[in-house]
Every structure is written in C-alpha cells, then in structure tokens.
Design a protein. Sequence first.
Length: 117
Amino acid sequence: MSISLKNIVIFVTDLATAKSFYVDLLGLPVAGQSEMLIEFFPGTATTLGVSLALHEDSRRLVGRHTGITLKVENIVGVCETLKNGGAHFAEPLESSPWGKMAVVQDFDGNMIALVDR
C-alpha cells in the first residue's frame, strides 16, 4: 500500500481576496485554480490549497494559526512586500540563533509562519 500527501488546505471566505494575498503579495506560484480552490506549487507532489469555506465545519477553521511554515528566500524583502500590501504580522520578523522568522496573517486572519532556513 502506498500513501502520500496530496495537499494541505487553508480555508478562506473570499477566493479573489485570498489570491491577492497568496499570489500578488506572497508570490506563491499557482498550480491550478477553480471556482472553489487555488492550488500552489506546480510540479510538486504536495500542493498548498486555498479553498472557500462553504460548510459550517470549514468556516470554523478560518482565521486561525494554520501550523504551516513556508521557507522563504529573501525573507526581509518578502516581509516588506507583505507589510506594504496591508498584511498584518502576528509576530514581526525577528532573528534568532537558527534564522529569521515571522508569522503573517492573510486577509482572513489565517496565520502562516515564514522562515529563511
């Protein structure tokens, strides 16, 4: 038996607004899009999805810490672009012995950690 991870989904209330955050500000590469979902990271075995929260159970998952961490090149520049685009940081960019990290919120309040290592 073979099991692999297909995708991880973040639930949002508005797909166009989510696209402006994830594509325009964060710069994630789009793998595909439908009326309900945008998938990122084309050519990889596992994608990150941003999906409309249509059901009551998924609506409860909007606006929370996702537990997702993205490794980001030029984290200082990415954080500056996010800040200039109106994104809120739950934890501002900080340096630590193991690298730089920030926690940014999308426009629905979903939190994603950004690291440089």
